[in-house]
Design a protein around this ligand. Structure first.
Ligand SMILES: Cc1cc2nc3c(=O)[nH]c(=O)nc-3n(C[C@H](O)[C@H](O)[C@H](O)COP(=O)(O)O)c2cc1C
Length: 223
C-alpha cells in the first residue's frame, strides 16, 4: 500500500483516493489517531528520542490541516492526565474544553498564521482529563525545513497556576536547554528550530496572576 500525505487528504476529503488501497472511510477519531501515529513515525528518530526523554512537557503537531498532535511525551501526559492514545490525532485545543480563552487563542492563531513569527508564549486556561482546571503557560515554536516551510509546530506546557516563581524559573532553564539541544539534533535531520525562547520577564507576577485566574475558575458557579 502506498500512502503519503496527499493520499490521506484525498481519502479524508473524498473517501476515494485512487493511489492507495484504503477502503472508504470518514474522518473519525480512529482514522485521525492512525494518521497521527503514521506521521510521528516519519519524524527523524533522534528527534523523537530526544523529545521523549525531555523532562519538560512537550507536544508536536502537524503543520497542515487542523494541526493534529503527532507526538506528546511523558511529562505532557503527567501534566494533562491524558495518554498519547487520547490525544494523538486531535487538536490540542481539546484541553481548553469550553473555556473562552478569547485573547490567548487569538494570539496563538496569529502565530500559526504568520510564518515569519518564530514563537509565541501565553497563559491559557486548560483542563486535565479529570476536569481539574489549570493555567497553562504555553510556548509554541515551529520546526522548518531548510527552504523555510513549516513542517511541524512544537510546544511546551507548564502549569503556572500551581507553581512558584522559583519552580517557574527552573522550568525556564530546562526549556531553554531542551530547545538548545534540539537545535543541533533537528539540524542533523535538515530541520531548523527557532532557538530563542521568549523569556518570562517577571515570573513572580505571572505566577501570581495565574493563581488569581485559577481561584476565579474554582470559585465560578458550577466549578
Ligand atoms: C503543537 C501545539 C501544541 C498546543 N498545545 C496546546 C495546549 O497545551 N493547550 C492549549 O490550550 N492549546 C494548545 N495549542 C493551541 C491550539 O491547538 C489552537 O491552536 C489554539 O486554540 C488556537 O486555535 P483555535 O482558536 O482554532 O482553537 C497547541 C497547538 C499546537 C500546534
Amino acid at each position: 500500500m502506498r500512502l503519503d500525505e496527499r493520499c490521506v487528504v484525498e481519502c479524508l476529503a473524498t473517501g476515494a483516493c485512487p493511489d492507495c488501497s484504503l477502503p472508504r472511510f470518514t474522518a473519525n477519531r480512529t482514522v485521525l489517531n492512525w494518521i497521527g501515529k503514521y506521521v510521528s513515525r516519519e519524524l527523524p528518530t533522534p528527534l523523537v528520542d530526544y523529545f521523549e526523554k525531555s523532562r519538560v512537557a512537550l507536544a508536536m503537531a502537524a503543520a497542515e490541516g487542523d494541526n493534529h498532535l503527532v507526538l506528546v511525551n511523558a511529562p505532557f501526559c503527567t501534566l494533562t492526565g491524558y495518554t498519547p492514545d487520547d490525544v494523538i490525532g486531535r487538536n490540542c485545543r481539546m484541553l481548553q474544553r469550553d473555556a473562552p480563552n478569547v485573547e490567548p487563542r487569538a494570539r496563538l492563531r496569529e502565530f500559526l498564521e504568520r510564518p515569519n513569527q518564530p514563537n509565541v508564549r501565553t497563559p491559557i486556561v486548560n483542563f486535565r482529563k479529570d476536569g481539574t482546571p489549570f493555567v497553562n503557560l504555553l510556548y509554541m515554536s515551529r520546526l522548518q525545513s531548510i527552504d523555510g516551510q513549516t513542517r511541524y509546530f512544537f510546544a511546551s506546557q507548564f502549569d503556572v497556576s500551581r507553581s512558584q516563581p522559583d519552580l517557574l524559573a527552573e522550568y525556564e532553564e530546562q526549556l531553554t536547554s531542551t530547545i538548545g539541544r534540539l537545535v543541533p539534533i533537528a539540524g542533523d535531520a535538515g530541520i531548523v528550530v527557532e532557538g530563542t525562547l521568549l523569556t518570562i520577564a517577571n515570573s513572580a507576577a505571572i505566577v501570581a496572576q495565574a493563581k488569581m485566574m485559577l481561584a476565579d475558575l474554582e470559585s465560578a458557579p458550577g466549578a
